[in-house]
Design a protein around this ligand. Structure first.
Ligand code: G3P
Ligand code: MG
Length: 235
């Protein structure tokens, strides 16, 4: 199963989410890859964090967009999770790309452009990924599909993944229209027939966020490419 799992925010059940500890654990455990979230700092750095605010996952307060990289790097992103992670920092995207290096490893970068519009986010993410030569192992996803359009406008060869919650009718039509590589549906809406139709139309399916192995196995049997899963307990 491990070769089909993208660890959601890294191995986020046993390490603080979206930190180098969580990403390194995914590499060590031989998973297929990771999913991570990117927001942007006041001074234009690509900050790997799920929320628009730092409050939930650090000892600080405020919006990522109002803070400089230096301010963000001064935060403790580990103590809230467990004392042994105290002092762990929020990474920038480039640090994660460097960790992956030349490994056979998939990185799914979710652009968090759904609530705050970060000017230049798409360009900056693409630039960072290309600089490391990782474009062919990267899937760029977002709930903001205008971000995905922008990515394709800038770089036709980038692989985009369409994130959505709704039980869409004929989602493969929508995905093809966007020239997507993959659909990333909320997992309960995924059926075997839907996966079959997608694959026939040349679209991969990568559901989120699965919590248990039984559901993951069912989806893998349907033919999904990867499962975005909360990983790290005893699996
Ligand atoms: O990319 C899948 C999943 O991460 C989307 O939801 O809120 O966990 O980023 P969220
Ligand atoms: Mg995410």
């Amino acid at each position: 199963m491990k070769e089909k799992i993208l660890a959601h925010r890294g191995v986020s059940l046993t390490a603080p989410e979206n930190t180098m500890s969580a990403f390194a654990a995914a590499v060590e455990q031989g998973l297929a890859g990771i999913e991570l979230d990117v927001q942007m700092s006041k001074d234009g750095h690509l900050i790997v964090i799920h929320d628009e605010r730092v409050d939930r996952t650090t000892n600080g307060k405020g919006l990522v967009k109002d803070m400089t990289l230096e301010e963000i790097k001064n935060l403790d992103a580990g103590s809230w999770f467990a004392e042994k992670y105290s002092g762990v920092k929020i990474p920038v995207l480039e640090e994660v790309l460097e960790l992956i290096g030349q490994r056979e490893f998939i990185i799914n970068i979710e652009l968090k452009s759904g609530i705050i519009q970060y000017p230049g986010l798409e360009e900056r993410v693409l630039k960072a990924v290309k600089k490391c030569g990782l474009l062919d192992r990267t899937i760029l996803s977002s709930f903001n599909h205008y971000s995905l359009l922008k990515i394709k406008e800038i770089s036709e060869d980038a692989r985009i993944g369409v994130l959505y919650y709704a039980g869409l009718v004929d989602p493969w039509e929508y995905g093809r229209n966007l020239k997507a590589y993959s659909l990333h549906p909320f997992f309960p809406s995924v059926t075997e027939q839907m996966v079959k139709e997608c694959l026939e139309q040349g679209l991969q399916v990568i559901p989120f966020t699965v919590k248990d192995k039984e559901t993951a196995k069912k989806l893998i049997d349907f033919g999904v490419e990867y499962v975005i899963m909360d990983w790290g307990r005893v699996n």
